[in-house]
Design a protein around this ligand. Structure first.
Ligand SMILES: [Zn+2]
Length: 433
């Protein structure tokens, strides 16, 4: 592998607080020097980062990569190409594949497929219950042994409080969090969007914020009871944020993530869609986009660190599952390639600072799952990105590397381009540099 020198960029490492203009040298897959000015060496590749930002590669705690079993939605190859284009060098994938990632053998099989076809690091999240069906606990110790970084039945909650209690008790012993998709399924049943004025106006059955709040209260109570490690997936409501804040202050081991779309958009977009028409199924997400107060609470919690991470919940769907009536459409959006652009929109609007946005994509998530990732330091693995935080671009789903083409951001102008992504010193994405 040729040595590489990244010249003249603003090097930001939120983990250490480093923020200065410097050159970065990469050799044999590692960062070997970060200095104000580094001399040229023979046969090196040079990336000119003047006016650009050099940062740790992004870490996604939550994505759905389709393989095995749902290759018509996404594959490890296409999903990780999308991740690389979005600046992600480590992605944690959910176990709702077919077969499910619910035993050591399935995890091993998925990881060997990833070793052959993925272009970024893929870390599996094992199922909490066998078959992902909520009836019986999976072999959590075996899953941890096989490389699971966390346990989740995401796409649905763990229905039984008794099983969730046991899973949380194991999480403390195994040092791996339980990731809960917090929703009361009975209360949410039949709903297609946030319950509020827009749902009333459009005549769509709603999902009240209380459906999330009830589930968050249950999960936090069980984390307190067991001393377990709880991580709340994709929070969407102000009420849930308030509970999270109280629980953390009380010393309960609970962390949380928020998606870029829930930081940017409200349920109003269901009425307008990306193209000015209501009922556009690209706006159907799980949990749904909620109100302005919810978005404000989520932003505030991300800024003060109550919410540790931005996670994409990249959930690509087939066009046949989106090109239908709103009520029948599958929820989810393709999100890996727009996450950074959304955050830079928020930076440009003075909602977030650039270091906070980068923290939420790097060391913030890495700490939640205790991953060796999300840092940029001398001696460390060269998983890094070169970014242009200001560059404006327009979201064109047809140009996505992901198989999923549905996003409520279609046609929208965003800021912030990923110019280069390096995994272990190897360039896995390069555009405009
Ligand atoms: Zn989920």
């Amino acid at each position: 592998m040729r040595p590489l020198r990244i010249v003249g960029g603003r090097v930001i490492d939120p983990a250490s607080g480093l923020d200065r203009v410097a050159d970065v040298r990469v050799r044999d897959g590692r960062v070997v020097a970060i200095e104000p000015s580094l001399p040229a060496v023979e046969d090196e590749l040079v990336l000119d980062a003047h006016g650009r930002v050099v940062a740790p590669g992004f870490v996604d705690l939550h994505c759905h990569l389709g393989e095995p079993g749902h290759e018509d939605r996404e594959t490890l190859a296409t999903g990780t190409r999308a991740a690389a284009a979005g600046g992600f060098t480590t992605v944690c994938c959910m176990g709702d594949t077919e077969p499910r990632l619910d035993c050591g053998a399935e995890l091993a099989a998925m990881q060997s497929r990833a070793a052959a076809t993925a272009v970024v690091r893929v870390r599996p999240i094992g199922c909490v219950t066998r078959g992902h069906d909520g009836a019986e606990l999976a072999e959590l110790a075996e899953l941890a042994e096989a490389g699971a970084v966390a346990f989740s039945d995401d796409a649905r909650p763990v229905r039984s409080s008794r099983l969730l209690r046991h899973a949380l008790a194991y999480s403390a012993m195994l040092g791996r969090p339980v990731v809960e998709h917090a929703v009361d399924p009975d209360l949410a049943n039949g709903g297609h969007m946030h319950e509020g004025r827009i749902a009333t106006w459009l005549g769509l059955p709603g999902i009240p914020a209380a459906a999330e709040e009830i589930a968050v209260a249950r999960a936090i109570a069980l984390a307190g009871l067991t001393g377990g490690r709880l991580h709340l997936a994709h929070l969407s409501s102000a009420g849930a944020v308030a509970q999270l804040r109280t629980a953390r202050a009380a010393g309960i081991a609970v962390t949380a993530e928020v998606t870029p779309l829930h930081l940017l958009l409200t349920h109003d977009v269901v009425a307008t869609g990306p193209w000015g028409a209501p009922y556009d199924t690209s706006t159907k997400l799980d949990p749904p986009l909620r109100g302005e107060d919810d978005v404000s609470a989520l932003r505030e919690a991300l800024i003060d660190g109550t919410i540790a991470a931005v996670a994409t919940d990249h959930r690509p769907q087939r066009s046949v599952d989106k090109d239908c009536e709103y009520a029948y459409a599958a929820p989810g959006a393709s999100a890996l390639e727009t996450a950074f652009g959304v955050l830079m929109e928020l930076v440009a609007a003075d909602v977030l600072s650039l270091p906070i946005a980068l923290r939420a994509l790097t060391c913030g998530p890495a700490r939640v799952f205790e991953l060796e990732a999300g840092r940029l330091d001398v001696g460390g693995t060269a998983d890094l990105v070169v970014l242009d935080p200001q560059a404006a671009w327009t979201v064109d789903p047809a140009s996505f590397h992901s198989r999923g083409r549905s996003t409520p951001l279609a046609g929208r102008s965003l800021r912030g381009q990923v110019l280069a992504t390096l995994v272990g010193g190897e360039i896995v994405h390069r555009e405009g540099i």
